[in-house]
Design a protein around this ligand. Structure first.
Ligand code: ATP
Length: 340
């Protein structure tokens, strides 16, 4: 089958602009599936050859046959997984870029932690009970979209006071709060060549934790508590280039995560992934989460990052890298190696 017979498809949100632009740059036709009313960006930037509109994401399974007929390959991103739900994604029969078997290791906090620990990474401590809190912790609710409602507590009393504002939240994790600078590391692992690449780094812009430093503590004290309690609602991402001497360690971290994933599921993790980390003043890298697919932090690099520039000498976003991988797989007749 000719390369151009395949189409690259994704849901219109998160990193779809970059994915679709990258696919077009590699010569694919593209399809975006949009909730009615959200088509404008995809028209404005002319990245989609076709727009399929649905009223609600739960209509997505109904368009599977259409996508199959069009020979679409779905590129998942975080919003895709959140809107569809892990269980439904596993059932989709449209060709899917990535390894679906890895999804549950990301969704289940215990499995995720085991994975990262067994990869030799340093992780923030978890407190099983509020009684055990002996340092600053961050309390994270399960399924919270973009860090909404997360709070910091310094001891059990403080925790009990603040948890009262979340009477319906039963599922949360109490994690050591790591003070340092945040570093989101974007990797790409090729299942065709078994090589890992660093695609770039970002830091996040979160409200209102990133705005608290703009007013003095005196003025903070004058505000009601709910206004100055930090929250972590993600608004955007900013590019970051790290000290070159950190790179050997960072490359090894990514390699170990992939190596460990192969012990967990056949073929392991491949494609783009991200380690969400905090670098402490002692230069320890603490990993608090893994995203096993493209992250929105790659969006500042639609035209490539300083790192992809070094490797490719042409614009290479993570979205385009995915398309290039699919193209190479088709050419080598190894599409089965990149689809999950
Ligand atoms: P996403 O899935 O989009 O990454 P999330 O809802 O799973 O988001 P986290 O990424 O775990 O949430 O956390 C949200 C934000 O909270 C982070 O971007 C970071 O600013 C902060 N944060 C999370 N864990 C820690 C930690 N252990 N120490 C310090 N800050 C943290």
């Amino acid at each position: 089958m000719a390369l151009l017979d395949y189409k690259i498809a994704t849901i219109g949100s998160h990193s779809a602009l970059q994915i679709l632009k990258g696919a077009k740059d590699e010569g694919f036709s593209t399809i975006v599936i949009c909730i009615k009313g959200r088509e404008k960006p995809y028209k404005m930037y002319n990245v989609a050859d076709e727009i399929i509109t649905i009223k609600d994401y739960n209509e997505f399974p109904k368009i599977q046959d259409t996508l199959l007929k069009k020979k679409a390959i779905i590129i998942p991103h975080a919003s895709f997984i959140t809107y569809m739900g892990h269980a439904d994604v596993e059932k989709f029969n449209v060709p899917y870029y990535g390894n679906k078997k890895i999804l549950k290791y990301e969704e289940d906090r215990d499995l995720e932690r085991k994975w990262l620990k067994n990869s030799g990474l340093t992780l923030p401590k978890i407190f099983k009970s509020p009684k055990d809190i002996d340092r600053s912790v961050i309390v994270k609710f399960h399924g919270a979209k973009g860090g909404k409602g997360y709070f910091i507590a310094k001891n059990e009393r403080d925790f009990n006071k603040k948890i009262k504002f979340h009477p319906n939240e039963k599922n949360y994790v109490i994690q050591e709060y790591i003070l340092g600078v945040h570093m989101y590391i974007h990797y790409f692992h090729s299942s065709l060549t078994n090589e890992i690449e660093i695609m770039g780094f970002d830091k996040r812009y979160e409200s209102n934790v990133d705005s608290l430093g703009r007013i003095s503590s005196r003025d903070q004290l004058a505000l009601p508590a709910e206004k100055v309690d930090p929250s972590y609602v993600i608004v955007g991402n900013m590019p970051l280039v790290v000290r070159e001497s950190y790179l050997p360690r960072i490359i090894e971290m990514g390699e170990n995560v992939v190596k460990q994933s192969k012990k967990m599921v056949p073929r392991g993790l491949f494609g783009p992934f991200c380690l969400e980390t905090v670098m402490t003043p002692e230069e320890e890298i603490s990993v608090f989460e893994i995203s096993a697919r493209i992250v929105a932090g790659t969006n500042p690099y639609t035209h490539g990052s300083p790192y992809t520039w070094l490797k490719y000498d042409k614009p290479m976003s993570t979205g385009r890298r995915i398309a290039l991988e699919i193209k190479n797989a088709i050419r080598k007749n190894q599409l089965n190696k990149v689809l999950g």
